[in-house]
Design a protein around this ligand. Structure first.
Ligand code: AMP
Ligand code: ZN
Length: 469
């Protein structure tokens, strides 16, 4: 299996630290709002990586954190007049709901930064003791980047080149740093902010130390794969490497994987630019497996542009798979015969070749786009060869094979009966039309139909309102 490693900028053969096991850490979201579909890309991509390892028989220990102490969380808490914890708890719950709806498996462990402060104090102290960190006058603790010779190895930056840029950027409040490239491990509290006691000052951790500590605690000093979006390469992951390797004296992660960005109108989708959709918003228009399928239709290292057209194409593609599986299910009811017929044996051999193509695609740095093409070839084979005369053995084989490969993609092949908001809105509009045309019988019929689907209508002065019961 080959993985593109940001460290070497090459595809490398995957060799686990421990046979049959994979230890992986994926940087999770900062929880101050609903996640947007850009945040969903690493979740879906690395969940699929995990699923493929499991398909191959590996035992995967998958850790993904929630950053629950951060300026943006504090700002939101002040706006709402509540504790930061209220905000982070709320959005962790919302994020977990979105993940479940996108069929992202829960991590083996989902640590939260605020629950791991002791480990952070310990690692920071180790770094101070080893001369890799220092305490400034105001109690801020900085990492001494000059002390870590390999600083820049992930982002392929040279510290001296970086420094010339940084010197210009030196901002107020950072004059206590020995060097502009040094970064914060621990910072003093400001009024109204959450804080913890420490030997240096009452304060809170810097963002980078959180992941180094959580990875160490749940996976050990050395891990196989560390992953996240490409914006995290520098400074976040570069700093994580410096901290972990300086503190533990061992290589931190053997493979660094980074997904490219999800764009909209060919610009980065981000909260700061305000050009984003939340996963929840997309969930009102589409089943979230359509979003998952859309994400996997491109290679994870290619930028992906979000558009209504591509979502429609994904919806249709997914529909084709679900219809094929439904047909196979029907065929199972009709088919008999535990032995493959002669022509079916040839078809099974062809199907096995498609499975081989699927695996080859996934083994080549998780090329999900080509893997999906192989699934479509299986669907085509199924549609063109399964008839009322097919043997049960053949139908079972095709159904199990398609379902297994879809399972790796995290696609559920069982059609959901769930009613989408958009369908409800359409039915309500049709009912309004019927009423306008004084066709009350039809209007009542639609109302009853909605009721059977668990939707209750309420006619109010502001228009028709509906709720699920
Ligand atoms: P954040 O909450 O900003 O720390 O982001 C959580 C994860 O989402 C990180 O791995 C980011 O790299 C990733 N991410 C944020 N925006 C995008 C985007 N537009 N496309 C892909 N990944 C993103
Ligand atoms: Zn991280």
């Amino acid at each position: 299996m080959k993985i593109f490693n940001t460290l070497s900028r090459r595809k490398e053969e995957f060799v686990p630290l421990e046979e049959g096991k994979v230890k992986m850490y994926v940087c999770g979201p900062t929880v101050y709002n609903f996640i947007h579909i850009g945040n969903a890309r690493p979740m879906i991509v690395f969940d699929t990586v995990r699923r493929y390892f499991e398909y191959k028989g590996y035992d995967v220990n998958y850790v993904s954190n929630f950053t629950d102490v951060d300026d943006k969380i504090i700002k939101k808490a002040i706006e709402e007049g509540v504790d930061s914890e209220v905000i982070s708890r709320r959005y962790i719950a919302e994020c977990k709901k979105d993940m479940a709806d996108m069929n992202v498996m829960p991590a083996t462990t989902h640590p939260q930064a605020t629950q791991e402060i002791d480990g952070m104090l310990e690692m920071i102290q180790t770094l101070i003791d080893k001369g890799h960190a220092y305490v400034a006058k105001d109690g801020t603790v900085y990492f001494r980047t000059r002390s870590f010779k390999e600083y820049g190895k992930l982002s392929h930056k040279n510290l001296d080149e970086m420094m010339s840029g940084l010197r210009e950027l030196k901002v107020t409040g950072e004059e206590n740093k020995e060097d502009p490239s040094d970064f914060v491990l621990w910072k003093p509290k400001k009024d109204g902010e959450p804080y913890w006691e420490s030997p240096w000052c009452q304060g809170r951790p810097g963002w980078h130390i959180e992941c180094s500590v959580m990875s160490k605690k749940y996976l050990g000093d050395q891990i196989d794969i560390h992953a996240g979006g490409e914006d995290l390469v520098f400074p976040h992951h570069e700093n994580e490497i410096a901290q972990s390797e300086a503190a533990n004296g061992k290589t931190f992660a053997n493979y660094w994987m980074h997904n490219a960005f999800l764009n909209i109108d060919n610009r980065k989708m981000s909260k700061s630019l305000g050009n984003f959709f939340t996963v929840r918003e997309i969930g009102e228009k589409y089943e979230l497996q359509v979003l998952r399928f859309f994400m996997l239709s491109a290679h994870y290292r290619s930028p992906l542009n979000f558009s209504a057209d591509l979502m429609e194409a994904s919806k249709n593609g997914l529909e084709r798979i679900l219809t094929a599986v439904e047909r196979l299910k029907d065929a199972q009811g009709k088919a008999s015969g535990a032995e493959l017929q002669a022509d079916e044996q040839t078809n099974v051999a062809a199907a096995k070749e498609f499975v081989g193509k699927f695996e080859a695609a996934m083994e080549d740095d998780f090329n999900t786009a080509d893997a999906i093409t192989a699934i479509f070839e299986l669907v085509k084979l199924s549609n063109s060869t399964v008839t009322d005369a097919s043997s049960r053995a053949y139908v079972d084989f095709l159904k199990e094979t398609i379902e297994k490969l879809c399972g790796v993609m995290g696609i559920i092949t069982e059609r959901k009966e769930e009613v989408l908001d958009s369908e409800i809105e359409e039915m309500i509009a049709a009912r309004q039309q019927a009423r306008k045309a004084k066709n009350f019988a039809l209007a009542d019929e639609i109302r009853q139909k909605l009721l059977d689907m668990g939707i209750v209508l309420e006619d109010t002065r502001e228009g028709v309102k509906w709720k699920r019961v």
